[in-house]
Ligand binder design. Structure first.
Ligand code: ASP
Length: 320
């Protein structure tokens, strides 16, 4: 039994990393470890969520997050339903709240929601009786991404404490950056953000990070380099002069990586744009790139989140 198993996860929903304590984060990461083992075994199926219904409600496209939530729910024995806004009543003009109320009437146990607007998942969580997991809301948070990133780092480095992590690229439009900043700073890592001035949100320094506009300065002596995609779908107008120029100054290649620690690890949440924010060879470097491991960790972390939130449902159901 790890120390973290005595910690209570006192949240009905998982809407963000902000507000989670270091103990709660550790609890989720420790629990994820056991699910890595289960996912690597020949028999991947458990019965923990038997009888439970999980609805994946995605108002934005997704490959990794949606698939891994589906796998996570199924590996725990739950019934998983996938709904995408493209084919739902949202297309017919139904409001978010009406969609939430409709689904709520079918008694799901967990709603996993992705939405293009920051704050939409929280709003929805206030209207339903089940647990809600934020699978990414606008530029706000993507908590399970930060948890899986933390798990991947912790497995390679033993701890997050004292590491220097450089998050590079489109910080302005990135929910991944925000969730990672909350998590990494809470766990005692030093966080740097590296981006052109046009892709840095105002007051980012108030989040407890060091800000760099030069890649070499930002990457110097860091342990982890986390690259981000240019999230053009969230941009109005152009934020970089040209892709070629962006890659020249901010794309991760071996020349820029040289100033980081010799064993610095490379991460990317995906989807990756090769030749834009990251050089293909660097992305595929089997010794240094954690990108594939991040995907694997995604399933384990999502199993842990479903586990912990349904345990909380159980204690509420017992109390009523
Ligand atoms: N998959 C991540 C997200 O949903 C990162 C990205 O899309 O670039 O935010």
């Amino acid at each position: 039994m790890t120390a973290a198993t005595s910690v209570r996860f006192a949240h009905r929903h998982l809407l963000g990393v902000e507000g989670l304590s270091p103990d709660e984060i550790t609890l989720l990461l420790d629990l994820s470890e056991s699910y890595i083992k289960q996912s690597r075994a020949a028999d991947k199926k458990a019965t923990l969520l038997r009888g439970r219904t999980i609805i994946n409600l995605f108002f934005e496209s997704s490959t990794r997050t949606r698939t891994s939530f589906e796998l996570a729910g199924k590996r725990l024995g739950g019934d998983v339903i996938n709904m995408s806004a493209e084919v739902s009543s949202v297309k017919k003009g139904e409001t978010l709240i009406d969609t939430a109320m409709t689904l709520n009437a079918m008694h799901p146990d967990v709603l996993v929601v992705r939405h293009p607007d920051s704050g939409a998942v929280k709003l929805l969580s206030e209207k339903v009786n089940c647990a809600v997991i934020n699978a990414g809301d606008g530029t706000h948070e993507h908590p399970t991404q930060a948890l899986l990133d933390a798990l991947a780092i912790r497995r390679r480095r033993g701890s997050l404490q004292g590491l220097t992590v450089a998050i590079c690229g489109d910080i302005m439009h990135s929910r991944v950056a925000r969730s990672n900043i909350h998590l990494l700073t809470a766990m005692g890592a030093r966080v740097r953000v590296v981006a052109p001035p046009t892709l840095l949100p105002a007051c980012i320094d108030r989040m407890g990070v060091e800000v760099f506009t030069d890649m070499r300065a930002g990457l110097r002596d860091c342990d982890i380099v986390m690259m981000l995609r240019l999230q053009t779908e969230r941009m109005q107008g152009s934020f970089v002069p040209s892709i070629r120029e962006y890659f020249r100054f901010y794309g991760l290649d071996y020349a820029k990586l040289e100033v980081a620690k010799p064993d610095a690890l490379i991460m990317h949440p995906g989807p990756m744009n090769r030749g834009v924010e990251i050089d293909s060879e660097v992305a595929d470097d089997i010794d240094r790139s954690l990108i594939r491991e991040q995907v694997e960790m995604g399933v384990a972390v999502r199993m842990a989140c479903l586990d912990i939130l349904t345990r909380n449902l159980q204690s509420n159901e017992a109390a009523t």
